[in-house]
Design a protein around this ligand. Structure first.
Ligand code: NAP
Length: 504
């Protein structure tokens, strides 16, 4: 198949229809690039907000900010939008911006191969083959549930599921439920499970820092005002955005500042569990606040004080057919086992078999974390663009801001290819290497480099997840394609490196 045709089925193929894919689609349309499809392995738009339906699932960023700059969302019933409201928002954006005809649902990308002679990406999907001039990866890092291989877990005979694959047909009433993991997902659903189950055993490996959630209902008048007066809405967004950006100060520049927030979190713990010092001790984290994802919850600690809830904090020795043996040697009976153990974030971009020049695999043969230039492009992978790619995550604000920045950059590259009728652009290895050396030096000085284990770090302890700065810094870095760091190939049959003028 390779080298047969030089005409692509589509100018652009986008993988994933969450916020990244949606944003890319809208911006392609606004640039009058209509020849694109969005491949989605699920049944509709929404990405993480479609997959995660566990009880209590909601966003930690206020809805006024957690929406696109071109489609403000002021329809939420609460300050922090719920999963169903966010899913409805993504569907609305897709409809309003004409993306529905571009979506191919139930279509998983299985393999992508760069056909160098043709200058095309050849894609093998669960519904057949297609080709594209440019490939945009917008599938995110929190899409593949991580389920640890605990000793004996395969022999468990009760019901098992992961928080991102919640089984709503399974009635938890009267059941003995074990939840493994105490991260951002668990703190949201544990209170709901505790209210239904006969017994809930919560297996905690590392306690996280929990701050007050500061959620509230949004009244009809407030919604009307925000909807009616765009400047007010803009001011509101800007204020919340600036407040979130300020948090980067503590995470990135002055990790010592975290102590102030730690005091606030400990006061929250004390207020919510006033009568049980032993429980408080087991919930008190020993890492620097911010090193792991900070949790926001008002109903999590109170749920742990219920008579039918036990916090098991010593670790898991083995799983048996009908129970779990913890490190205290006791077997606690279990009917339903829920993994709240997060996602395979570090192998997110290498899990799909993506082959660039010379057949090299994205993330390497062992499927590790991926190093990219500006979180967007990778040497050896021409015309491949990532949205919310490596080192673009935020510990302090709205990912949508980062996504819009990445889309600006990818779109500029796609427009450059089109304007100059280029075969390919590919970031130079030296540019990628220097960029990442700088990035890692900066990351080492942040709170994420203070020694805790987290899903931000890869198996070699490198942070290939977070952006070491304020979101505005990434916005500036991605404001246009910096073509001087790219090898550009012209349209001829025997392409030679050529130089084109700076992009618009
Ligand atoms: P997570 O934050 O990665 O938490 C996973 C939990 O499982 C941790 O407590 C971890 O303990 C534990 N765990 C993992 N492997 C284990 C093992 N082998 N034995 C025992 N415990 C184990 O996952 P998540 O809660 O699904 O959240 C993932 C990310 O999604 C969040 O960080 C956040 O970015 C996003 N999220 C956001 C929201 C929101 O906006 N409100 C809600 C949910 C998720 P250790 O800490 O010891 O590793």
């Amino acid at each position: 198949m390779v080298g047969k045709s030089h005409r692509a089925d589509h100018e652009v193929v986008v993988i994933g229809s969450g916020f990244s894919g949606l944003c890319m689609g809208v911006q392609l349309k606004q640039a009058r690039i209509d020849d694109f499809v969005i491949l989605e392995r699920e049944r509709g738009f929404g990405g993480t907000w479609r997959a995660n339906t566990y009880p209590g699932c909601a966003c930690d960023v206020p809805g006024v900010l957690y929406s696109f700059s071109f489609a403000h969302n002021v329809d939420g019933s609460r300050r922090l939008p719920t999963q169903s409201e966010l899913l409805a928002y993504t569907e609305r954006v897709a409809r309003d911006f004409g993306l529905v005809p571009h979506l191919r649902v139930d279509t998983a990308l299985l393999r992508a191969l760069y056909d160098e002679p043709a200058g095309l990406w050849r894609l093998h999907t669960s519904r057949g083959e297609l080709s594209a001039r440019s490939l945009v990866i917008g599938s995110g890092v929190l899409s593949r549930p991580a389920i640890p291989e605990l000793p004996g877990v395969r022999g468990f005979l009760g019901k098992v599921f992961h928080s991102a694959q919640w089984d709503h047909g399974h009635d938890l009433r009267g059941k003995r439920v074990a939840v493994i993991g105490t991260g951002a997902s668990a703190v949201q659903f544990v209170p709901h499970v505790a209210a239904q189950a006969a017994q809930l055993d919560l297996y905690q490996r590392t306690p996280g820092w929990v701050l007050p959630r500061l959620d509230r209902q949004v009244g009809g008048l407030e919604r009307w005002l925000l909807r009616r007066f765009a400047p007010l809405r803009g001011l509101c967004r800007a204020t919340i955005w600036a407040r979130h950006e300020a948090r980067a100060l503590g995470f990135v520049y002055l990790p010592g500042l975290a102590r102030l927030a730690q005091r606030q979190a400990l006061a929250h713990l004390h207020r919510q569990i006033p009568d049980d010092a032993a429980l408080r001790d087991r919930l008190a984290p020993d890492h620097r606040l911010g090193c792991k994802r900070v949790l926001l919850a008002d109903d999590y600690y109170p749920a742990l004080t219920r008579a039918n809830v036990e916090l098991v904090s010593g670790g898991i020795r083995e799983v048996r057919a009908h129970g779990i043996v913890a490190s205290d040697g006791r077997e606690r009976p279990v009917d339903t086992l829920i993994f709240a153990t997060g996602f395979e974030a570090q192998s997110a971009f290498s899990a799909i078999d993506i082959r660039g020049l010379g057949g090299q695999r994205l993330g390497g043969a062992l499927g590790g974390s991926v190093e990219a230039y500006k979180g967007a492009t990778v040497a050896g992978f021409p015309n491949l663009f990532m949205i919310a790619g490596p080192n673009t995550g935020l510990g302090h604000g709205s990912m949508i801001h980062m996504i819009e920045s990445g889309v600006t950059y990818a779109l500029d590259a796609i427009k450059t290819l089109r304007r100059h009728q280029l075969r390919s652009i590919e970031v130079r290895p030296a540019a990628q290497r220097d960029y990442n050396a700088r990035l890692q030096r900066r990351l080492a000085r942040t709170v994420w480099g203070t020694g805790c284990s987290s899903w931000y770090l890869d198996r070699d302890g490198r942070n290939r997840t977070l952006w070491p700065g304020i979101g505005l810094g990434y916005r500036w870095a991605t404001r246009r394609l910096d073509l001087q760091h790219y090898d550009v190939r012209g349209p001829g049959p025997n392409p030679v490196p050529c130089s084109v003028g700076a992009s618009a």
